[in-house]
Ligand binder design. Structure first.
Ligand SMILES: [Zn+2]
Length: 404
C-alpha cells in the first residue's frame, strides 16, 4: 500500500483573526492535511468553540467521514485520540492516459492506492472511443478493487497533450488526432456522473513527484520524455499552469544537423528531434523497425550503437533546452521521467548539458534525478489533484446536510 501525503493540500482561507472558517468541510480538510489531529487542534486552527468542534466531529464520525485512531501526543492529562479521514468515506479513481496505454488506480481519501493496473489503449483511436473505454475501465477497476459499494467521489485524468485549465479541453495536441477542443471532462461526467478533473500529464507528473518523491522541495521541474516531451512545474509548492501552457518545452527550437518539420508546422522543435516518436521515425528511415519508446530503450540497454547514439543526442538536445530554464527558474530538483528516462545515456546527456552550461549558482544545490514514483508519477498526480478538488469542494457539507 502506498501512502500519498496530502500535506500540500490547499489550505482553507485564513481570516483576519489568524484562524480558519468554521464549516465541517474545513474540519475535514484540516484532518486531511494532518494539521488537525485532535478536537483541540481543530478548535485552535478553525477558531470554532471547542464545544462546536466536538459536536461537528461527532457528526462527521457518525456520517462515516472521520474516525478516531490510536493516541495523540499528551500535553498532560488524558491522551487525545487521533482523528483521521475514514477510508470508507469514499474513493477516487486516477487515470494516466498515455499514447498506447491507460494506467489506473483506485485511491481512498487518505491518498492510499488500493489497486493499480494498466490497460492497453491507443489515444489515436479518437476521443469518443477512448473516453467510452475509459469509463468502462473505471467501472472495472472499482469492481476489481472491491469498492463498488463505496461512493466514487471523483476521477482525475491525465492527458498527453496541452489542457486548457478553464475548459478542461485538450488544445491543439500534437499526437492526438481528433482531440482538439474535445470536452473530455463533460463527456466523462456524463458517462460516470461524478466530478472529473482533467490535466496535462507532465503537470501531473510534477504533482505526483513533488508530493510523493520530493516533499519539501518546493521548486521542481518534471520532464516527461516518452512518446512526446513535456515538462511540469511546481513553483513555491504549487503546480504552475500559467494560462495552460506553462512548462511546455515540446516546441522550443533546437539546433540540429537535419531539418525536421514538427507537427505544429514549425521547423526543428525539441519534440520533432528528441521525443520517442521522433527517434522511432528516424530509425525507421534507417531501416531499423522500432515500434515504441519502450522497445527503443531495450535496444539501448542491449548496447545497439545506432540507437544509443540517437538517444544520447536526444538527451543532449533536451539538456540544451533545459539549461536556460534551470538558470531562469533555479529549481531545487529536475526530475526526469517518461519512457526515455529508463535509458542511462539519455539521463547522462541531459545532466552533462545542464552542468556544462548552467551558472554555478543554479547548479550548486540542484538535484537532477530520475523519477521516484516511476511509471506511477502521473497517476499519483491525477489522484492528488482530484483529492484536492473533492476535499476543497462542498462535498462534506452536502454529505452532512441530510443528517442535520
Ligand atoms: Zn513544434
Amino acid at each position: 500500500m502506498l501512502f500519498l501525503s496530502l500535506a500540500c493540500l490547499r489550505m482553507p482561507a485564513v481570516n483576519g483573526s489568524g484562524t480558519l472558517g468554521g464549516t465541517a468541510g474545513d474540519l475535514v480538510r484540516l484532518v486531511a492535511m494532518g494539521h488537525g489531529r485532535s478536537r483541540a487542534e481543530l478548535a485552535r486552527l478553525s477558531g470554532m468553540a471547542p464545544s462546536s468542534v466536538s459536536l461537528r466531529v461527532e457528526e462527521l464520525i457518525d456520517a462515516g467521514l472521520l474516525r478516531e485512531d490510536g493516541e495523540g501526543a499528551s500535553r498532560g492529562g488524558r491522551r487525545p485520540r487521533q482523528l483521521r479521514l475514514h477510508e470508507s468515506a469514499g474513493v477516487v479513481v486516477a487515470a494516466d492516459v498515455g499514447s498506447h496505454h491507460v494506467r489506473m488506480a483506485v485511491m481512498d481519501l487518505a491518498g492510499r492506492v488500493l489497486l493499480t493496473h494498466e490497460l492497453p489503449g491507443e489515444i489515436a483511436e479518437g476521443p469518443e472511443a477512448v473516453t467510452e473505454r475509459l469509463a468502462g475501465h473505471v467501472r472495472l477497476t472499482l469492481r476489481q478493487a472491491q469498492v463498488s459499494d463505496l461512493p466514487l467521489l471523483g476521477i482525475g485524468v491525465g492527458m498527453p497533450g496541452p489542457v486548457d485549465p478553464a475548459s478542461a479541453k485538450v488544445v491543439a495536441p500534437s499526437r492526438m488526432p481528433g482531440w482538439n477542443d474535445y470536452p473530455v471532462r463533460e463527456r466523462l461526467t456524463e458517462l460516470l456522473g461524478v466530478r472529473v478533473v482533467v490535466e496535462n500529464d507532465a503537470n501531473l507528473m510534477a504533482v505526483g513527484e513533488h508530493r510523493y518523491g520530493w516533499p519539501g522541495r518546493d521548486n521542481l521541474m518534471a520532464v516527461k520524455a516518452g512518446t512526446g516531451i513535456g515538462c511540469g512545474i511546481i513553483a513555491s509548492g504549487r503546480l504552475h499552469r500559467g494560462r495552460g501552457a506553462a512548462g511546455d518545452i515540446s516546441h522550443v527550437p533546437v539546433h540540429a544537423a537535419q531539418r525536421v518539420t514538427c507537427s505544429c508546422g514549425h521547423s526543428d522543435c525539441l519534440e520533432a528531434h528528441a521525443s520517442g516518436a521522433a527517434l522511432c521515425r528516424t530509425l525507421r528511415a534507417q531501416g531499423i523497425e522500432v515500434s515504441s519508446t519502450g522497445r527503443l530503450v531495450e535496444l539501448v540497454n542491449n548496447g545497439v550503437p545506432e540507437v544509443t547514439n540517437l538517444v544520447r543526442n536526444a538527451g543532449r538536445l533536451a539538456g540544451q533546452v533545459l539549461t536556460p530554464l534551470v538558470n531562469f527558474f533555479n529549481p531545487d530538483v529536475v526530475v526526469l521521467g517518461g519512457g526515455l528516462s529508463a535509458a542511462e545515456p539519455f539521463i547522462a546527456a541531459v545532466r552533462g548539458a545542464i552542468y556544462e552550461r548552467c551558472l554555478p549558482l543554479a547548479t550548486r544545490d540542484l538535484e537532477i534525478a530520475t523519477t521516484v514514483t516511476g511509471q506511477d508519477a502521473c497517476m499519483l498526480g491525477a489522484g492528488s489533484v482530484v483529492l484536492d478538488e473533492v476535499l476543497t469542494s462542498n462535498w462534506v457539507d452536502e454529505t452532512l446536510t441530510p443528517r442535520s
